[in-house]
Design a protein. Sequence first.
Lengths: 103, 500
Amino acid sequence: MSGSNAEISRDDVAHLANLARIDLTEDELERLAPQLSVILESVATVAQVAANDIPPMSHAVPLSNVFRPDEVRPSLTPEQALAAAPQVDQQRFAVPRILGEEA
Amino acid sequence: MTTTSADPVTFEDALERYDPVMGMEVHVELNTASKMFCGCSTVFGADPNTQVCPVCLGLPGALPVVNARAIESAIKIGLALNCSIAPWCRFARKNYFYPDMPKNFQTSQYDEPIAYSGWTEIEVDGVSYRIEIERAHMEEDTGKSLHVGGATGRIHGASHSLVDYNRAGIPLIEIVTKPIEGTGAKSPEVARAYVAHLRELVLGLGVSDVRMEQGSMRCDVNLSLRPIGVTTLGTRSETKNVNSLRSVERAVRHEIGRHAAVLDGGNRIVQETRHWHEDTGVTTAGREKSDAEDYRYFPEPDLVPVAPSREWVEALRAQLPEPPSLHRARLQADWAFSDLEMRDVAGAGAMNLVAETVAAGAAPQAAKKWWLSELARYANEHDIAIDDVPMSPEQVAQVQGLLDAGRINDKLARQVFDGVLAGEGTPEEVVARRGLEVVSDDSALGDAVDRAIEANPDVAAKIAAGKHAAAGALIGAVMKEMRGRADAGRVRELILARLG
Ligand SMILES: [Zn+2]
């Protein structure tokens, strides 16, 4: 899927949708594959500009070693932490059980 | 698809035809005061969701900042394992959906670990094994799920899960070995010795509590078999969360037999994760490795690269304690122990405990004796690590001090240990409360001696006739009457003074 002549297949989209837990219909899969291919192609034009003397960047600023001292700061209260939880039980986030996996 | 079950093959039988290859992945939770990327406390055992903030809850817009001490600890572990330290490395996002990670990714390192290409040396039964270290990388711990509705606390059969994020974001170092080959029948012991060695090493660095029962050290065991003489690696299984030294040994042993049975039956080993069952000593199939395990790692944009300067690394190297092998050699010389005695102490995992007991004033032989007898037995009976025996090296030295001062004898000392271990207080308090102090007061002893002589006229006559060896019987009688608390030496003197 990488490289400048990337073509995204319907199966690629289905795989990615599954990994991202997005439920897509057959129609959507068919429609998104060519759209994503176009996006990828457009982005790939950047590679034509990037010469060998331009190192790939993962960060917008050329910084390294930004640290903080190992000091405890106040946390949220459990009430604050759980305020947005859809469901709370025993001061914990209650979530549906995960199928097909064993913790 | 799961592996078909086959007739079990014994460990010995398996090793006649197959050569085991192991790989160990050990997670060490660092003992920093605050989390890896936020200021939340890391104290173990707090009420659920009291040590969480927008960063470790993965709330939108929250930005992580790296804990400097976690980086230092990671570098120290790398150096202690003779690793190269990366001059520049990045964090990466490991993307997956599971409620234990509210961000939907775990911040980890991928192809740029902070430490790589190291080695360490362990010993089993007097033979050295060099273990090659592939990498030691930084990552963050996940939250803890409690599965409710199911019978066993496991997810199977559970109706929903309750998540506590206090542990989410605590710094972890994952230490990965290269394939460990050529260990043959010693593989289970080598695996155990390696984990015990790592524990000792990390404890010596002071960067983690490495308490396996609290989960601050967790071990995954990878194992594959190949027919003897074959050089390519077989398919491996990954047994997760093998969390005691004894279990590491047992799990390797079990997997060797299981793999052999599958291979003997003409079947293939499926690459999968397996779960270790402490109670039954077997593993069961977990997830099969598949396309679903596609973590789509990419560099973490919210954290800038870590580029430890040579000066920083060298300053940390200078802080390292002496390596365990040198440390051990020095202790052996100081204590005047034989190789065998050192091996016994190391095998019991009591090296640091004996050292601390000696530092607290006990003679080396005495310190060794108590840790390898009373206290090792207690740990064994309660199925806990010897470090978790509820008695400190200082207290052990105090018991020995009472013995050296003649205030208690060997038998009473054992009762003092019982009392301290039962939570009755310090050795002094146990002696006072249980009335264990040796009686050497002549008036109290004299009456008991007189009664013993009166009750045993035949023995008394023998002693009077010059057979001093017979005094033992009378000393025994006095001891019995005084419930072991009499000063045996003084009793003997009193008997001889009366009859000699
Ligand atoms: Zn936090």
